[in-house]
Design a protein around this ligand. Structure first.
Ligand code: ATP
Ligand code: MG
Ligand code: MG
Ligand code: MG
Length: 465
């Protein structure tokens, strides 16, 4: 089953259960300052959960484009290191706005997975929130999951492991206990069941999260009950595709294979298993869809996230020996692969490629120089990178700190982040002092103390190229 068929089957299944198919919303959350990017399917329905918006339907289903590269849910540092995380991914979801609750949500999910998609039941393990006896009983008595494969997980406060069965969109907003479904990719892959010390391995992969939305969390952390209990579920398309295509990593599914081949072609890399190709394939999706939704590379906020992701991809290209613009050429491969499901991507393709090309040209030369400086520093000390060098890479060569950190991580080098911060603070201080001096000089030079010459000469140059 290819990814498009998996997506269609999901939406049609829920349509047959009375759900209204709603289109993916933009990656830029409408009117929501608490969120950097749309990070899940529920974002476009946030106000419906809160009872502040009404829809003509009480059940909905979507395939939502999501980005997790900042804010509460941030997987940027996982890309290239796990088999299951992307910065950009598609979340398949079904939603109930005060209509059905736990029972139907669990039954629907099980039917889709085991009947429609035909997954073997004994490959599935589920978790419930620590105190959620109701969900536990549904899994045990109605679905028939053996107790050794129903695991209770808390809210992770002070817990040793990463699992967390209390889902929150952000630090404030709709939230509630959840129940998750994991797929066991087999004993030959390292990893343990959820809640175990090895849960972050690639063997047991979380495929679907069923959130029982019950509260609105305020800024003081107080939970207020929602007007009506709701359901919000999310299943990563790429993760379920890996399962259904009998591969053990998201990067081996159809969509990624063609992007990886494109990246290999553009970087002349002969080894399709090379990790840098995975990162480039991930980042072209994220960067392109961000541009489709109106973001352009910049030095602040969302634009800076886009810039950081693009520059990381370019650095991986450089690592493979590509010093010319190449990244933008992958937009065509992406449109080929995803343009039908996302016509807005097909429409914006040329513009996206143009924006990326410009960013590549801008960074290309300083990347080359910066890498030489970095290599020289590491030739002197192969274990540590000092803060001043990291700052100079940032300030003069346009290396975002996380890009330098990524290189250090690859090479087991300790990056002096405190030293970087100190260098940055020092630079700001000197720039302020120089600014004052220039201001005085400018007024004096003008010879007219009342006439304002303008900010242009006085503005500090942007710190990122
Ligand atoms: P994980 O624990 O693996 O990081 P999560 O618990 O953070 O996942 P949820 O917030 O529950 O994920 O999101 C719902 C679903 O979306 C997940 O069950 C998974 O299938 C998918 N998903 C989450 N994050 C990613 C990601 N970075 N890349 C691809 N799919 C993801
Ligand atoms: Mg996560
Ligand atoms: Mg999880
Ligand atoms: Mg989860």
């Amino acid at each position: 089953m290819n990814s498009s068929e998996i997506r269609d089957k999901f939406l049609k299944f829920f349509e047959s259960k009375g759900h209204h198919i709603v289109r993916s919303s933009s990656l830029i959350p409408g009117n929501d300052p608490t969120l950097l990017f749309t990070n899940s399917g529920m974002v476009q329905f946030k106000d419906v959960f809160l009872g502040q918006d009404n829809r003509a339907y009480s059940r909905a289903t979507t395939s939502q484009r999501c980005v997790r590269a900042g804010g509460k849910h941030n997987d940027l540092e996982n890309v290239g290191y796990t088999a299951r995380h992307h910065t950009f991914f598609e979340m398949l979801g079904n939603f109930s706005f005060g209509d059905y609750f736990k029972r139907d949500a669990i039954h629907f999910a099980w039917e889709l997975l085991t009947v429609v998609y035909g997954l073997p039941k004994d490959k599935l393990t589920v978790t419930v929130y620590q105190e959620d006896d109701e969900a536990y009983a549904i899994w045990q008595n109605e679905i028939g999951v053996p107790v050794e494969r129903i695991i209770r997980i808390g809210d992770n406060k002070g817990a040793r492991y990463a699992s967390d069965n209390f889902w929150q969109m952000a630090d404030t907003g709709p939230c509630g206990p959840c129940s998750e479904i994991f797929y066991d990719h087999g004993a030959d892959i390292w990893g343990g069941p959820p809640g175990s010390p090895d849960e972050n391995g690639d063997r047991f992969i979380e495929i679907w999260n069923l959130v029982f939305m019950q509260f609105n969390k305020d800024e003081q952390g107080v939970l207020h009950p929602l007007p009506k209990p709701c359901v919000d579920t999310g299943m990563g398309l790429e993760r379920i595709a890996a399962v259904l295509q009998h591969v053990h990593s998201n990067y081996e599914i159809d969509i990624f294979q063609s992007l990886i081949k494109g990246a290999a072609r553009e970087t002349a890399c002969a080894d399709l298993g090379n990790n840098s190709l995975k990162v480039i394939a991930d980042h072209i999706r994220c960067a392109s869809f961000l541009i489709v939704d109106g973001i352009i590379p910049g030095n602040e906020g969302r634009g800076y996230v886009l810039r950081r992701i693009t520059r990381r991809a370019l650095r991986h290209g450089h690592k493979l020996g590509q010093t010319k613009p190449f990244f933008y050429k992958l937009v065509a491969d992406l449109v080929q692969e995803m343009g039908t499901a996302y016509p807005e991507l097909a429409e914006a393709g040329e513009r996206v490629a143009q924006v990326l090309k410009q960013e590549e040209e801008r960074f290309g030369e300083t990347l080359e120089h910066g890498m030489k400086i970095l290599e020289a520093a590491l030739a002197k000390d192969s274990k540590n990178l000092d803060g001043n060098t990291a700052f100079s890479l940032y300030d003069t060569y346009g290396f975002p700190l996380d890009l330098t950190a990524d290189i250090c991580r690859e090479r087991n080098v300790v990056l002096d982040e405190a030293g970087f911060d100190a260098a940055m603070a020092h630079q700001k201080q000197t720039a302020r002092a120089a600014g004052k001096f220039k201001m005085a000089a400018a007024i004096e030079y003008n010879g007219d103390k009342t006439k304002f010459i303008g900010y242009e000469q006085l503005n500090h140059e942007s710190k990122v190229i």
